[in-house]
Design a protein around this ligand. Structure first.
Ligand code: ADP
Ligand code: ZN
Length: 305
């Protein structure tokens, strides 16, 4: 245990920050949480947490991982790497988050979205262990997706924005125009929590399990998942976020996805074992901060790239 490299993790959420020091789910040595206010207050508070560890003579940290709300720039070759770019959250636009942490602590800093970090944590320690390629999707205030491809998070032009895929929208069945500020009835606009609330006039968590909302929700989620199955060929899809607390959605989504695939896939496994293909997360609320630690570990593995 003494020789285990230790990492710092910062889960930066829209409402709260969680900072931790450790090497994985069974080894968290210190943790602190506080509300997200403005960057000038919240980022120094996170830095102070790690300074206290250092000042108390705690074992040295190898790297820091930041799992943040976005949109953000996670491209290490970009001049604005480490920045939160244009978030809906007031006060945070153009914030050099990773740079501030790096300068204050003098350690390598990994920086990625909260959903990418959760995908990585589920792959390392959760519902995706033993696989090399998977998708983690959160259905909450928005729809966000992260893909681990051959053990690395998928990044291209930027981080993926799976929630803004377009899926068929039958306006006779569902005249609701969608909530996405950019696209109206994209996947997130039709199927995230706020879409449920606006379409049905009450918060999603108050809709009973036999409400017609859920049949439509399962339809939309299955349609988007079908696209992900064919586009990325994940070995498993993990579905988290507040809306997926409705556990009755899982069997509905699995069944509808099978119907939509209609027997056409390169992997009979998927058809035979759909219960193990579409699964809930295993790390629950800990995925965020563990994801930050997993990001920190990867920055070392990826060193020099
Ligand atoms: P965030 O996406 O902001 O991180 P959540 O994943 O909790 O947070 O998503 C919040 C959204 O999920 C809200 O739209 C809320 O109505 C919805 N939600 C939260 N809990 C439930 C639940 N148990 N059942 C259905 N919807 C839920
Ligand atoms: Zn959209």
């Amino acid at each position: 245990m003494e020789d285990t490299p230790l990492y710092g993790g910062i889960e930066a959420g829209g409402t709260k920050f969680v900072c931790a020091i450790g090497s994985g789910p069974d080894d968290i040595r210190a943790e602190e949480r506080f509300p997200t206010t403005l960057p000038a207050e919240t980022i120094p508070r996170a830095i102070a947490f790690f300074h206290r560890w250092q000042d108390a003579g705690g074992p040295a940290l190898s790297a820091i991982g930041i799992a943040s709300f976005g949109p953000l720039d996670a491209d290490p070759t970009s001049p604005t790497f480490g920045y939160i770019t244009v978030p809906p959250k007031p006060g945070w636009a153009n914030t050099d988050f990773a740079g501030a942490v790096q300068r204050a602590l003098g350690l390598p800093v990994a920086f990625d979205t909260d959903v990418n970090a959760a995908a990585l944590a589920e792959w390392r320690w959760g519902a995706g262990q033993g696989l090399h390629t998977l998708v983690y999707l959160t259905v909450g205030t928005g729809i966000g997706g992260g893909a681990v491809v051959h053990g690395r998070l998928l990044h291209g032009l930027a981080h993926p924005e799976m929630g803004h895929m377009r899926i068929p929208h039958d306006r006779r069945r569902d005249p609701f125009p969608g909530t996405c500020l950019f696209h109206g009835d994209c996947w997130e606009g039709l199927a995230a929590g706020p879409a449920l609330e606006t379409r049905w006039g009450r918060p999603a968590e108050t809709l009973p399990a036999d409400h017609p909302a859920w049949e439509l929700e399962a339809e939309y989620l299955a349609l988007g998942l079908m696209n992900l199955v064919y586009a990325l060929a994940p070995q498993r899809i993990i579905l988290g976020g507040g809306v997926m607390e409705q556990s009755h959605l899982f069997p509905r989504i699995r069944q509808r996805l099978l119907q939509l695939l209609n027997g056409y896939t390169a992997s009979p496994m998927l058809l035979q074992d759909i219960e193990r293909y579409i699964v809930p997360p295993a790390l629950g609320a800990r995925a965020g901060v563990l994801g930050a630690i997993a990001l920190a570990q990867q920055v070392l593995y990826a060193g020099g790239e």
